[in-house]
Design a protein around this ligand. Structure first.
Ligand code: C2E
Ligand code: MG
Ligand code: MG
Ligand code: MG
Length: 286
């Protein structure tokens, strides 16, 4: 989307319209502008978190994933798919990532005060943030500052992040485990990596990537992959959650195969904290 937006229509004689790739200069300019805007967004508090319900097999909302949103003064809501990669390239992901974690912890306290039964909130952590030498200390500090028990926070990491420096990952995950913070492997299954890391690491949860869930009912290959992930997770003693669940059919398939946690448009879109509080606590599971 970011890319197609940069393709500009251009008259080209008798053939009418053609497209050209933005020059490297244009791309660089655009990134620089975005970088400046992200810096400003941090100062001017233009970021906010939306929350998407994570539902158990009874339809109960048990937890939520925090998803960052950028309320840009002119452009409106900017997708994280557009600005997170730039933030990752520029170190800006570090203050953003810290803000996300602090804000999610603050929100849990607010929900506790309202007696909203949310066990934990999962936050996405970028590779660059996770690789910081003081990452675990930062998590610890944020939990202490928020006066929150560690089990209320879950950290989502992608497979790519986890395997990019397995020794460092082992050390950090052990420290997180000691602290009591659980980890979940986001977008699981699309990493094309050896699975041997799964037995080396104290991971709590696998999150089945939405690309497998999408065609689960029509594509036998996807169905087999999903079933295999579910069984593997079970045998390894890991919790498994499916993301991108959009239909009743998908949910029933997953449940029949033994996956008992779901996240997706079918059980709830990502919404503001205020909306999340108002949503029904019991959602359809069939
Ligand atoms: P993700 O962590 O895999 O999050 C799931 C994405 O799928 C979210 O997109 C969510 O809105 C979307 N989604 C949820 N249910 C459905 C569904 O049923 N169907 C479909 N088609 N999509 C669904 P979103 O919010 O645009 O975020 C995109 C990605 O941006 C996230 O993927 C994550 O990698 C990244 N991201 C979001 N928030 C943060 C953050 O706070 N920090 C970092 N580092 N990355 C973030
Ligand atoms: Mg995620
Ligand atoms: Mg995901
Ligand atoms: Mg993703």
């Amino acid at each position: 989307q970011a890319d197609t937006a940069m393709y500009r229509a251009k008259e080209s004689g008798r053939n009418g319209i053609s497209f050209y790739r933005p020059s490297m200069q244009e791309t660089a300019d655009r990134r620089l502008t975005l970088e400046k805007e992200i810096r400003q967004a941090l100062k001017q508090r233009q970021f906010l978190l939306h929350y998407q319900a994570q539902v158990d097999h009874l339809g109960k909302v048990v937890s939520a994933e925090a998803l960052i949103r950028w309320q840009h003064p002119e452009k409106g809501m900017v997708s994280p798919a557009e600005f997170i990669p730039i933030a990752e390239d520029t170190q800006l992901i570090l203050p953003i990532g810290e803000w996300v974690m602090r804000e999610a912890c603050r929100q849990i306290k607010v929900w506790d005060a309202q007696n909203l039964p949310i066990h934990h909130v999962a936050v996405n952590v970028s590779s660059r943030q996770f690789r910081q030498a003081d990452f675990v200390d930062q998590v610890k500090r944020i939990l202490v500052d928020a006066e929150l028990p560690a089990e209320r926070l879950v950290i989502e990491l992608t497979e790519g992040c986890v395997i990019s420096d397995i020794d460092d990952t082992v050390e950090k995950m052990r420290d997180l485990q000691t602290l009591g913070v659980k980890t979940s492997i986001d977008d699981f299954g699309i990493g094309y990596s050896s699975l041997s890391y799964l037995k080396k690491l104290p991971i709590s949860q696998l999150k089945i990537d939405q690309s497998f869930v999408r065609d689960i009912a029509s594509d036998p290959n996807d169905a087999v992959i999903v079933e295999t992930i579910i069984n593997m997770a079970k045998n390894l003693g890991l919790h498994v959650i499916a993301e991108g669940v959009e239909t009743q059919e998908q949910l029933i398939f997953l449940r029949n195969k033994g996956c008992l946690s779901y996240q997706g448009y079918y059980t709830g879109r990502p919404v503001s904290a205020a909306r999340f509080e108002l949503e029904d606590r019991l959602l359809p599971t069939a």
